[in-house]
Design a binder for this molecule. Structure first.
Ligand SMILES: Cc1cc2nc3c(=O)[nH]c(=O)nc-3n(C[C@H](O)[C@H](O)[C@H](O)COP(=O)(O)O)c2cc1C
Length: 259
């Protein structure tokens, strides 16, 4: 295994940090790596916001589904999908006037542009995560950044054609290893040959085995669940944070698409 593969193998989400701030050289290396990530059309359809104010971290710890460890992250980066910069560039360069003269229909950024920008932002984020890990700096994604869009838009002055893709906490682990390695599904359930494959109930039970013996076997779980998958459904899929995530994302999509 080469050193890059070792870094990927050893990485795990880090949520308990040594409070020592990252050095300027470490932050520079993380940002540099993020900006060297592949990017659609060479356009860098993302913006990275360094969250430096403790008050903002404290607020995010509440608005991102009450996760207090966010307040303790020595370095916090918000990755935004960003088409605003290109719309501003297009306007500054007189693109719409020229298109009109040429008879080319003009259009605002649409869903496809948003998806491409989200891909760009997430690829930059994950490149930053791996770069950090290679320096002994752990990280943890916060998916709940897509909740409470009204609060986050105001907190970061987000213009219309931006969209939060990921919030990532960085910091040296307070203890090593930071966490046990978490299980993954067996490869045969994840990697398909040539076509998508659906699974039988028996296969699906086997799929979830690494997460608990006899997944569909009846036991008592909190909230009335009778097996481990029902427990996941109630704790994650139908949970309050998930309902809020859907509401907030719908609002952001409405704002992106409004006439
Ligand atoms: C898109 C995304 C969102 C996540 N959101 C959170 C989060 O809000 N809070 C958290 O503690 N971990 C979050 N995580 C971390 C996952 O829980 C973690 O990656 C998973 O349990 C696997 O563990 P590992 O990263 O240690 O391998 C997120 C990870 C991803 C990729």
């Amino acid at each position: 295994m080469n050193s890059t593969l070792e870094v990927i193998e050893k990485r795990r989400s880090t949520r308990v940090y040594d409070p020592t701030p990252l050095s300027e050289a470490e932050k520079d290396a993380i940002l540099h790596a993020a900006m060297r990530a592949p990017t659609a059309g060479g356009m860098m359809l993302y913006t990275i916001i360094e969250v430096t104010q403790q008050a903002t971290k404290d607020r995010l710890a509440v608005t991102c589904d009450h996760q207090p460890f966010i307040t303790t992250a020595p370095y916090l980066l918000l990755f935004l999908a960003d088409y605003q910069r290109w719309m501003d560039l297009y306007a500054a360069a007189g693109c719409e006037q020229r298109a009109a003269e040429l008879g080319i229909p003009v259009r605002p950024p649409a869903e496809g542009d948003l998806l491409l920008a989200l891909m760009d932002a997430l690829i930059a984020a994950q490149t930053a995560v791996i770069a950090a890990e290679s320096l002994g700096i752990g990280s943890c994604y916060i998916g709940d950044i897509v909740e409470n869009c009204e609060i986050h838009q105001a907190l970061f002055d987000l213009p219309r054609y931006t969209f939060p893709a990921a919030l990532v906490c960085f910091g040296k682990p307070a203890k090593t290893p930071s966490n046990p390695q978490t299980p993954r599904f067996e490869r045969k359930f994840i990697v398909h040959q040539d076509r998508y494959q659906r699974f039988s109930p028996a296969d699906l039970n086997e799929l979830h085995m690494p997460f608990g013996q006899q997944s569909f076997a009846h036991h008592d779980f909190p909230n009335g669940a009778k097996n481990v998958i029902q427990a996941n459904y109630i704790r994650k899929f139908t949970a309050g944070f998930s309902v809020e995530m859907t509401r907030s994302v719908k609002e952001m999509l409405k704002n992106w698409n409004r006439e």
